[in-house]
Design a protein around this ligand. Structure first.
Ligand code: MN
Length: 723
């Protein structure tokens, strides 16, 4: 009962007129409904909804959300129904619970498409009522906190998904503390070896660090107050995942990461923020290129702050963030800080078309409408969610935030799709640049358009935003379709003429042939012929049965590439372990660029004369290939081939470590065929091993055991080409 009281007093604290008895009743209902159920930890099940509700209260969300947190698993796991909840707790609570239930239980599958589908559902739910997502995030956070009770395989999958989807989502919604905790928890389960090593390193220096933080805090505060800036200063170690990212990025060990501690100056007004910046730069030497003004140019998730880095009082680099207490609230709670409490209810949560604040969300939802393939959708959305932004200007001075690495085409599409479609070049800060130019912070961009310009395949390699990618893909497909119409018409016309008839004369017969061949219209039939999915012979057999049979001339063919292939290569190989469109005996090659392993999500591409090439689903090269040549493939579980993979191990350059590493390979029963080792200047070693493994599980085992070796910083599967 203790935790419920805690939740109640928390809610009453930020929302004095809250309907607390409703929360109490929701708890009682949940406790009864889940009676007799237990969690994997052995605790009564209701501890989970309670913990979720507690997180929701920490986010200071409204009563309906807190109740929804308490009731979120009732409909899925107990005999309770939505109607019942609606009757007992009102429509709003029932709506939220239904929303969370529809998002589904934890998607335990690694299949990308299912993940994409889940993600798509989430975006749509978010558009309707963002509280659904917030409750789901809190649910995921509690699940991550109790992940240690699940078997390792599930841990890894759930953690990977959290890192891929939930943490970026929390970041995008600006809920910093949830993002940070999700990242560290995911890190712990996806890279246990590296996590433990780093956690150990960090805690070792803890006392020393605390003392350092404390003295620098005092120093900064004194300087500020002496110069008339009232403020509070807080120093804090960065979270493990961000330190780890920095170590990987800079290829440095923990001891050399000097800005692992950040300082925050919280003051009372925007004016004092800029004044504080002045004081900091006047007292300590600023490091060039590190100053960022997110007050004048807020991040898309509404974050505001001044960032700078200076050579600190002990000659070390320190990062300083300066903001008002109001901005600090937004920095921690993000979208949740924007809740406006009015007379016991809150203003609408749906994101209206005019709400500029969450333009990115609206754009994502918009682009998903046009993407038919969920994998493609996930691929492009990930960039938008993960990437850092660059801020650029229109000639009129409007700011646009685009993912890092964006090119002028992305910018053009963010202005208007017709500008994107006809974008032929760009002027950046007055200078003409090529379309592959990567936008930089502060660039002013003017797009040059030409009516004759249209998107081409190369654009897909340049663009970064989901919006541009979707539009370009769509137009390219449209173009292919137009070509298919021309080709199909031509082929069918020729075939008909051989039998002394024409498209117009045979219209009636073609209509019924189209229906028999499962095409809605004759036009559709023609397109299918153009794509090679239906042959003219098939059409003739249906449309002109007597003539077609009598004819001994070979009919004009535009055979489906797959059908030809099937005939040619039947029974050539049988141990590849791959099924192509359900058929087993197809000539299969594994792409060198990504070396897929049994267990990897894969996709096949039909090649001319060389059977089917299998790529990993997330392989860049695969994404660039013609979608028309794409074909479903899956592992059949009977493969006998060993697959070569390249594994890169970054470790300290200590004697004996290499022996340890190769021992670890042979312990796993894996042979190394090649090894390249190179020492770096800072006393570390980069080793690339080529080894043959059976499948993804075996590779994961190898990686896991290598990660556990002391002195190993990171273990990555890399492209065999690079090795
Ligand atoms: Mn749950």
């Amino acid at each position: 009962m203790h935790q419920l009281d805690q939740i109640l007093s928390e809610v009453a604290g930020y929302f004095p007129s809250a309907d607390l008895p409703l929360v109490r009743r929701a708890y009682q209902f949940a406790a009864q409904a889940h009676d007799g159920q237990t969690r994997k930890s052995g605790d009564p099940y209701v501890t989970h909804p309670l913990a979720v509700a507690q997180i929701i209260a920490e986010l200071k969300l409204d009563v309906a959300s807190v109740c929804a947190g308490l009731l979120h698993d009732c409909v899925e796991d107990t005999s309770a129904t939505i109607e019942q909840l609606s009757e007992l707790f009102g429509k709003e609570v029932a709506f939220l619970v239904e929303g969370v239930t529809k998002l589904g239980k934890l998607p335990y599958s690694t299949r990308e498409e299912q993940q994409a589908e889940n993600f798509r559902k989430m975006l749509l739910a978010m558009a309707r009522d963002i509280r659904v997502i917030l409750v789901k995030l809190c649910d995921r956070l509690d699940n991550m906190r109790s992940l240690n009770h699940l078997p390792p395989e599930k841990q890894e999958r759930i953690a990977a998904e959290t890192m891929q989807i939930y943490a970026p989502l929390a970041n995008r919604l600006g809920i910093q503390w949830v993002k940070v905790e999700l990242e560290d928890l995911s890190f712990k389960y996806t890279n246990p070896g590296e996590y433990e090593q780093l956690a150990h390193d960090v805690s070792k220096s803890r006392a020393e660090r605390l003392e350092y933080i404390h003295s620098v805090e005092k120093l900064i505060q004194k300087e500020m107050i002496d110069n008339g800036v009232p403020c509070e200063v807080m120093g804090r170690a960065k979270h493990l995942w961000s330190i780890y990212q920095k170590m990987k990025r800079t290829q440095r060990p923990f001891e050399e990461i000097h800005d692992a501690i950040g300082f925050r100056v919280i003051t009372d007004s925007q004016m004092h923020c800029y004044q504080a910046l002045g004081v900091a730069h006047q007292t300590w030497t600023p490091i060039p290129g590190r100053f960022k003004d997110y007050i004048a140019l807020p991040k898309p998730n509404l974050y505001q702050s001044l960032h700078t880095a200076v050579i600190g009082p002990r000659g070390e680099r320190i990062e300083v963030q300066i903001r008002t207490s109001e901005m600090n609230l937004v920095a921690e709670h993000g979208i949740a800080a924007h809740w406006k409490y009015k007379e016991g209810s809150i203003s609408s949560q749906a994101i209206g078309p005019d709400d500029k604040k969450f333009a990115w969300l609206r754009q994502l939802i918009e682009s998903q409408k046009e993407l038919r393939d969920p994998t493609e959708f996930l691929e492009s959305v990930k960039v938008d969610l993960f990437g850092d932004e660059v801020y650029v200007f229109t000639p009129g001075g409007d700011v646009k935030a685009l993912p890092k690495g964006s090119c002028p085409i992305d910018f053009a599409y963010s202005v208007h799709s017709s500008i994107g479609d006809h974008c032929s070049g760009a002027r950046v800060n007055g200078m003409i640049v090529p379309l592959r130019y990567q936008l930089r912070n502060g660039d002013t961009i003017e797009i040059i358009t030409s009516p004759n310009q249209k998107p081409n395949k190369d654009w897909l390699k340049l663009v970064k935003t989901a919006r541009a990618r979707t539009k370009v893909r769509w137009l390219l497909r449209q173009e292919q379709r137009d070509k298919a119409v021309l080709l199909g018409t031509d082929l069918l016309d020729k075939a008909l003429r051989k039998h002394n008839t024409t498209l117009t004369r045979a219209e009636k017969q073609l209509k019924s042939a189209a229906q028999e061949l499962k095409c809605m219209t004759v036009d559709e039939l023609i397109i299918q012929i153009g794509y090679g999915k239906i042959t003219t012979q098939q059409v003739l057999e249906k449309a002109l049965p007597e003539l077609a049979k009598k004819s001994d001339e070979p009919a004009v063919k535009a055979e489906s590439m797959l059908k030809t292939l099937l005939r040619k290569v039947t029974r050539r190989t049988s141990s590849s372990g791959i099924k192509v469109a359900g058929e087993e005996d197809i000539l299969v090659r594994f792409a060198k660029c990504c070396s897929p392993l049994p267990g990897d999500p894969v996709v096949g591409f039909i090649t001319r004369g060389r059977g089917v090439t299998v790529h990993r689903r997330d392989c860049d090269k695969g994404l660039d290939l013609d979608p028309e040549r794409r074909i479903d493939v899956e592992w059949d579980g009977n493969g006998t081939t060993q697959h070569e993979v390249a594994i890169q191990v970054l470790c300290s350059d200590k004697p004996g470590l290499l022996a340890h590493i190769s021992q670890s390979f042979s312990d796993q029963g894996v042979n190394i065929s090649q090894a390249h080792c190179r020492a770096t200047e800072d006393g570390r070693a980069v080793n690339t091993f080529h080894a043959s493994v059976k499948d993804l599980d075996q590779l994961k085992q190898v990686i896991r055991s290598l990660s556990r070796i002391k002195g190993v910083y990171s273990v990555d599967r890399v492209s065999a080409d690079l090795g």
